[in-house]
Write a protein of this length. Structure first.
Length: 303
């Protein structure tokens, strides 16, 4: 039997108003969540497993500090050369009935990873991967995709590349808490940084993004060091819990305990939906999460 424990996470400052309104109107109707994909980009280092973290403007359901990710787009369903597990196999892995919806989540994960970091999980065949993502032409492609001037499938077709879905690993499935003004239904994936490809921020949109050793971030999680280093008005003075959402904090925690990327990816995970629950605590509000060792630090079981 997996060990189960209940934990409370600090509510981020930008969610305080929505939490108060939720209780003042005696809860209410939750907004419909948008389907999203997010990717833990990983690599090994002398300090242990590292993950790429980035700052997000506004009130993202993924957190101020989060992994690359975002909403699914209509073009994610467009035709694309495909290598690796089929959409039907992905649907079974993700516990979904709709193979095309599973396919869109996988495409969105690869698209968001490319747009936000430059890492492209694609190649001309099922055994070859793009060797270099350097150069102004690749940045221009990322800018074009972000602006909607070109779709991700169009880029792959133009470059004679197919999506290497075998380079993504499914992690966990989270719903944003009911009270939030913006909600995501997020599928989290993981990918190891490909040899020869480097990370970079998107021109004109990227503010902060860095590789961080998970063990180091957990050691200083109760401090404001990370938020102060990011240096934005809405990050300075905040702890890791206040900068992100429970799903992200728990995945960083799990990664910190793993003996490298391979061990982390080999960890057994429950195929369930998890969701934090808003509760009143210590005269304020907190997010209650049920942590399950066999899952990815999982939360309150949702619908």
């Amino acid at each position: 039997m997996p060990n189960v424990s209940t934990r409370h996470f600090q509510l981020p400052p930008w969610q305080q108003g929505a939490a108060q309104s939720w209780f003042e109107r005696e809860e209410g109707t939750a907004r419909k969540p948008r389907a999203a994909s997010s990717v833990l980009l990983l690599r090994d280092s002398r300090q242990g497993a590292e993950v790429f973290l980035r700052y997000r403007r506004g009130e993202s359901p993924l957190g101020k500090i989060a992994f690359p990710g975002g909403s699914l787009e209509e073009a994610d369903g467009d035709p694309v050369d495909w290598y690796g597990p089929t959409p039907a196999e992905w649907a079974r892995t993700l516990g979904m009935d709709d193979a095309q919806e599973a396919r869109r989540h996988v495409v969105a994960a690869a698209r968001e990873l490319f747009e936000e970091t430059g890492v492209l999980l694609a190649g001309p065949d099922g055994s070859t991967l793009l060797e270099s993502n350097r150069g102004p032409e690749w940045m221009a492609a990322r800018v074009g995709i972000a602006a909607g001037d070109e779709s991700f499938p169009e880029l792959l077709a133009r470059r004679g590349l197919g999506l290497r879905s075998d380079l993504l690993r499914p992690l966990t499935h989270w719903l944003t808490a009911d009270f939030a003004l913006r909600r995501f239904d997020t599928r989290y994936f993981a990918a190891v940084q490909p040899l020869g490809q480097e990370t970079s921020l998107l021109e004109s949109k990227g503010i902060w993004g860095q590789w961080r050793a998970a063990a180091v971030e957990m050691e200083r999680a109760a401090t404001t060091e990370l938020g102060d280093e990011v240096g934005q008005p809405d990050t300075v003075g905040l702890t890791l819990e206040q900068l992100t959402v429970p799903a992200v904090a728990l995945m960083i925690e799990k990664l910190a305990k793993a003996r490298g990327c391979i061990a982390y990816l080999a960890h057994r995970r429950a195929n369930e939906v998890f969701q934090p629950e808003l509760v009143e605590a210590d005269g304020g509000y907190a997010l209650r999460v049920t942590a399950v060792d066999a899952a990815e630090g999982s939360g309150h079981r949702g619908r």
